[in-house]
Design a protein around this ligand. Sequence first.
Ligand code: GAL
Length: 601
Amino acid sequence: MKTIKTLCVALLAAVALPTAAEEAPNITDEAAASTDTIDYGPTMGWSSWNTFALNINESTIKGQADAMVSKKLKDAGYNHINIDDGYFGGRDKTTGQLKIHPTRFPKGLKGIVDYIHSKGLKAGIYSDGGYNTCGSYHGGDTTGEGVGLYKHDQQDCDMFFKDLGFDFIKVDFCGGDPVHNKDRLDLDEKQRYTAIAQAIKNTGRKDVRMNICRWAYPGTWADDAGFSWRTTQDIQPTWASIKDILAQNLYMSAYCSKGHYNDMDMLEVGVSWGTPLTTEETKTHFGMWCIMNSPLLIGCNMKDLSTTNLTLLKNKDLIALNQDTLYQQAYLAQKTSNGCYIMVKDIEKRYGNKRAFAIYNPNDASKTVTLNFKDIDLADSVKLHDCFTKKNLTEKYLDTYKVSVPAHGTKIYVAEAQTRLERTRYEAETGYSKAYSEIQGNVCQYSEAAFCSGGYKAGYIGGSNKDNYLEWSNVYSQEGGDYQLTIGYICGETRTINVYVNSKKVKALSCNSGGWEKVGTQKLDIKLEPGENTIRLVNTSGWLPDMDYIDVVSKKVIARVDGIGTDSAIRQSAATYDLSGRKTSNAKGVVISNGKKYIKH
Ligand code: GAL
C-alpha cells in the first residue's frame, strides 16, 4: 500500500511568497475560444511545478510557451502549458469569486490563456478538491487558503473553462486529506472528483482533461472522472525517486486504457536542482514514461534545455510508443534471473507481429540480458529497431537477443517478427480488479515478491467482495479450443479459488501451497473461444490465495510434448506446428519441451 505523498518542502520554502492579496482584474465573459479536436493519447506538454514551484508569474508562463514553439517541442507533440499551484489570490468575500495572485499575475490569467492559444497550444490550470491548496499548507502560501474547488465546483469550473478558456485541470487533494490541511478536512475522493467532473461537463466543454492528483491509484471509479491519475508521491530529480515510481507502476498496465492513464508524474528531464539524473537514468526516465503511457509533462525550464535532453524529449520513436493508438501501457512479461524487467506491449495492431518492448535494469551494475523472443510471444526472424538510437539493427534474430544494459539503464525496441505466438504467461501483476484502490483497505494489492515470477504478486483478493476479483480479459486464442490453465498461487492455509472463463464457472479449486512464500500450482482444462477471452478468479465467501500467475497453453501443444520423449524427437516431428498448436506450413515450427520453447530452424 502506498503512503501519502511528501511535498518538496525545501523547494517551497525557498520561494518568496507575497503577503497581500488584491483584487484580480475583471474576468471577461468571452466564450471559450478553443476549437481543438479531441485526441486520446496521454497528455503531452509542460507544467510549472517541478522547476518553478510557487514562484510563477506571467513572464515565466509566456516564456515557456515561446520556448515550446521555438525549441520545436510543439512540433514533436507537446501542446499543453500548465499552470500549477501558486496563482491563487484568495476569494471575494461576498461573491465567492476566485481571485488571481495580484503580484505574480497582476493582469489576471485571461491574457495568458489567449497568448498560449495564439501559439496553437492548450492551457492548463490547477486546483484542489478541498478548501485549501497544498502550497497553503506545505509552502505557507496564505493566498492558497479557501481557494480550492470545495463548495465552488460550478463557479470555478465556469470561470476556468467558459470564461478563461482553460483546456486542462490538475486537481490536487491536500485540502481534502486531513494530513495536509489545517482544517483537517476529510473528504471522500470518489465523491469529490466525480462532482468536479460533472461541473466540468456542465460547462458544455467536452474536451477538458482532468488529472486526479491523489498520489496513489484512487480506484477504478476514476475512469469515469479523470483522463489520468497520479499513482505515486511527488517525483523528485533523483534516481531513487524514478526507480521507486517505476517499481510502483510496473504492475499497473490493466488500469490503462484509451483516455485513462496512470500518471507517473511530471518529467525531471533537464531539471537542475536535486541530484540530477545521469544520462542513462534520464533515458530510463523518459523512455519508460513513454512505453508505460504516462502523461509526458516536461518539468524543466525549457529555455535551458541541453541539446542532449532536447533531442531525447523530441525522440519521435519513443513518443510514438506513448501516443500509439492502441493506448496500451507496457505490461510486465518477465523479471530476468539477474533482476531486469521485460516490459512489452502491442503497437499499431492488437495481436499483430509488431510489438514494443523495454529491458529495464534498475540494478546498480550493468547486466547482460538474453531475451527469448518466445517470452514476448514472437518467433522466427525478428527484426529490431532501437528506439534510442532510432536505427534498425542490421541482424535478424531467431530465438534470442543478447544485450548489455548499463546500470539504471533501459533498452527500448520495436520488434517485428514473422510469427506471433499466443501468450502463455499472464502474471498476476497484469490482472485487473474492479475493486482495486490504493487509498482503501481490504482490496486487491500488488506487491513485490522476489520468490514470484515477474517479481510481484497480487494479494487481498476476494474477501467476500464480488468486485474484488482478479481477471485477465485479454486471453487471446487464435482459433479457440481446448486449453490447459495452470494457476500459480501462494497460500499458507486452505482457501478456495472459483475459476470463471467467459463468465461461466468452471471449477472451485481448494488451494494450499504449504507456506506464504511458496508457490503452488493447480491445473485444469478449459475451453476458449476464438479471439479474446476472460478468465476471472474470485471468492465471494472468503479470501483467495495470493496470486503469482496463470499459464494458458493450448492442449494441442501439450499433447505433442506429452507424447514424445526427447527434444530431438520433438524437433523432428513438430516441424508442422507452431507454439499455439496451430498447424503451419512453415518448416521453422515452434516446439515446446519441459516447459521450454524452441524454434526449429
Ligand atoms: C502536490 C502535487 C504536486 C504539486 C504540488 C503543488 O500535492 O502532488 O505535483 O502540484 O502539490 O503544491
